[in-house]
Design a binder for this molecule. Structure first.
Ligand code: TXA
Ligand code: MG
Length: 322
């Protein structure tokens, strides 16, 4: 496995060719790093599951470069979903839609729905455009971490997670740190009314403000929808250190809180965000730092449930579940 730190037109082109040849390419998106493979290549997809240690049957998100290509993967796209896509793509939002025959069971986990996203990171978009110009139709990419672990928000973090499982021909494209820092909002668009399955930076409030569309919050485990989403399992996004949602610390704990909250004596400050956007941007990196310092415990003072704070609290609750 090599890390490509100079993402030029030439190296991105070579990465697209490598994907088409059946290799894996981890790449940056604005949310987190993804582990990419050709979405129509069953063998390459099987390697994603192997490298991640992910149980089979968990569906993967298909990434495309533009809404123009949506009808290759999805059919019966409701009017509201088209509005969402036009307004929030490229961006941190995944739409779950009825699949076309291109989206095979090995992508959808046997469901009749497919998840599709157009990411906004320039390296991701360039990779997708180059891949499509070489005949590719979509790049399947889960977050580039081992199953149940913290999503990587830098190329180094992706490498720390997966390098020992990747093959010599696989690549990691380094596009710098991810701006958003938590995974995309997942919106179920297979029913009359859209439902949020996983909160992210595109919030129900933002959607209502911009488009006047009401999006329902799904119940906690998504069972009412009979939709499989591994991020919906409890105990996910977890570091090795135990995570406590609290204000009570012990000496030697890691500590994550807004910058306005002073560091308790004897603790190690892991992040000091000034607002919820910064909180999302720093959160996963801070959990990783706790593990690299081999801390036993991390105490987290949670953000407010506003904006991307809802997504952070969702991940925090899963990281802190035993
Ligand atoms: O921000 C993101 O979404 C990142 C970047 C790389 O795009 N990707 C990501 O993928 O978070 P992953 O596989 O780690 O999480 C995707 C979630 C999983 O919980 C999966 O089960 C769910 O999306 N999902 C994917 N396709 C689905 C489908 N057809 N129906 C229901 N859930 C789906
Ligand atoms: Mg993931």
């Amino acid at each position: 496995m090599s890390i490509i730190s100079n993402c030029t037109t030439a190296t991105i082109k070579a990465a697209a060719t490598s994907l088409i040849d059946g290799n894996l390419v981890a790449f940056p998106t604005e949310t987190v790093y993804g582990l990419g493979a050709v979405a129509t290549n069953e063998d390459a997809i099987a390697r994603i599951y192997e490298v991640k240690g992910r149980p089979v049957g968990h569906p993967l998100i298909v990434h495309i470069s533009s809404i123009k290509h949506l009808d290759k993967w999805a059919r019966n796209v409701p009017e509201y979903a088209i509005k969402l896509a036009r307004n929030f793509w490229p961006g941190p939002m995944t739409l779950i839609l009825p699949r076309t025959s291109l989206a095979k069971d090995f992508i959808t986990g046997g469901q009749d729905n497919v998840g599709v996203r157009v990411p906004s990171h320039t390296v991701a978009l360039e990779l997708l455009r180059e891949f499509e110009s070489q005949g590719g139709l979509g790049i399947a990419a889960p977050s580039a971490n081992r199953f149940g672990k913290v999503s990587p928000t830098s190329a180094q973090a992706a490498s720390d997670e997966l390098s020992e499982y990747l093959s010599p021909n696989d690549l990691i494209l380094d596009g710098g740190p991810c701006v958003v820092g938590v995974e995309s909002s997942i919106i179920n668009c297979t029913q009359d009314i859209p439902t949020i399955l996983r909160p992210g930076a595109v919030t129900t409030e933002l959607i209502y403000e911009k488009l006047g569309i009401v999006v329902k919050q799904s119940n906690k485990d998504g069972t009412e929808l009979k939709i499989k989403a591994s991020g919906l399992l409890e105990s996910h996004y977890a570091p090795a250190a135990k995570v406590f949602i609290s204000i009570d610390t012990q000496p030697g704990d890691g500590f994550i809180a807004y910058s306005s909250i002073p560091t308790p004596t004897g603790t190690l400050r892991l992040a000091s965000p000034n607002n919820n956007d910064e909180y999302a941007n720093q959160f996963y990196q801070a959990l990783r730092l706790a593990d690299s310092k081999q801390l036993q415990r991390v105490v987290v003072v949670p953000p407010t449930n506003e904006g991307v704070g809802i997504a952070i609290n969702d991940r925090l609750n899963k990281a802190a579940f035993y």
